[in-house]
Design a protein around this ligand. Sequence first.
Ligand code: GAR
Length: 194
Amino acid sequence: KTPIAVLISGRGSNMRALIEACARPDYPARIVLVLSNRPDAGGLEVAREAGLPTIAIDHKAFGKDREAHEIKVDEAIKASGAEIVCLAGYMRVLTPYLVNAWHGKMLNIHPSLLPAFPGLHTHEAAIAAGANEHGCTIHFVTSGVDEGPVLAQARVPVLPSDTPETLAARVLEQEHQLYPRVLADVISRLHPGV
Ligand code: GAR
């Protein structure tokens, strides 16, 4: 199984979907590290309960020096032996330091059909724009925020009665299915025949 690190900032429901996938004997990944930039991230507790190694590296300790924080994050990921990094609600804008260190090996999930609605508050934005469709995107991370080659998308309808919360919940269900699937695909391309 390919060792992966999962980076979170919050409740970690996508991380949980990856934990559940990795528990399947035939799934090609295993989680060797869950890392958060927020020591109080709810997902850290979920990961600990699942018996996974966790690390919190608080970005606030580094002031405005994003790169100094990323150097520590990168060290922790490398020390874990991870070969692939999955951003799962990791709410930090990355500098070229981390992006270049993990080029082609770092995935992100974003709650919109990119290139539509990059950034925050995507569900509000989709409703405000009158979009008929919304969804999520998994892409390789490059230096632009929410840019980088798209690996897969999942679509959901936007209903007239939707609030940002109901729409977010519909998208999140898709996120939880899509992330494990795409990660397995990426691994099968990195290690063909395994
Ligand atoms: C997810 O909806 C994810 O797509 C989004 O944050 C949420 C994290 O939820 N990510 C971004 O907005 C990244 N720009 P989770 O902690 O329950 O997985």
